[in-house]
Design a binder for this molecule. Structure first.
Ligand SMILES: Cc1cc2nc3c(=O)[nH]c(=O)nc-3n(C[C@H](O)[C@H](O)[C@H](O)COP(=O)(O)O)c2cc1C
Ligand SMILES: Nc1ncnc2c1ncn2[C@@H]1O[C@H](COP(=O)(O)OP(=O)(O)OP(=O)(O)O)[C@@H](O)[C@H]1O
Length: 141
């Protein structure tokens, strides 16, 4: 049994999220997704939707075995509980792969860290931030 972890904000869902979760899911038997707590999203605009509703939506997606709300202060607490074989970082996530590998090793967690690929399509796929910009451009006076 191979357990895979994906993670992110997942505010307003779009096909880029599905691509990432399908790819992560294809790497194992179970896919657990950790959602960033609103209080920890400080590197960009905080999510519009509440933590519980973002978790509920991701939990309902086909590739996902279970979605979990992240820890408030220590991102390795859910990892210790889930005990994954693979952590899949998003293609554009700002995390330092080697720093995560070192932190896992320091805690005695034996887990691979890999990067997902970008979603390549002919049609433009907007990120959550760009969807919100588009709503503002088209719907706000
Ligand atoms: C291995 C791993 C575990 C994480 N666990 C948590 C967590 O428990 N709580 C949390 O608020 N954020 C957690 N995060 C951070 C977010 O899921 C997300 O990666 C971060 O907010 C960056 O957002 P981005 O998707 O815009 O890059 C974790 C990230 C990684 C790489
Ligand atoms: N177009 C895409 N292709 C592949 N993966 C994507 C794409 N968009 C988002 N993801 C992945 O989905 C996960 C969650 O993304 P997240 O919701 O944090 O950001 P986002 O959708 O890019 O929006 P934002 O504009 O808020 O950064 C991340 O791992 C991210 O890399």
């Amino acid at each position: 049994m191979t357990t895979v972890v994906a993670q992110g904000t997942f505010d307003i869902l779009h096909p880029g999220h599905l691509h990432y979760l399908r790819e992560a899911g294809s790497m194992g038997d179970e896919l657990h997704v950790i959602l960033a707590r609103r209080s920890n999203v400080t590197h960009k605009e905080p999510p519009i939707l509440p933590d519980t509703q973002r978790r509920e939506m991701v939990d309902a997606l086909d590739p996902v075995t279970e979605a979990h709300l992240g820890h408030e202060s220590d991102i390795f607490v859910p990892i210790e509980r889930i005990d994954p074989d693979v952590i899949v970082l998003g293609h554009d996530q700002h995390h330092d792969d080697d720093a995560i590998r070192r932190a896992l090793a320091d805690r005695g967690i034996d887990c691979e860290v890999v990067r997902a690929t970008p979603h390549e399509t002919d049609e433009e796929v907007l990120s959550t931030g760009r969807i919100i910009d588009r709503i503002c451009e088209q719907r706000c006076g």
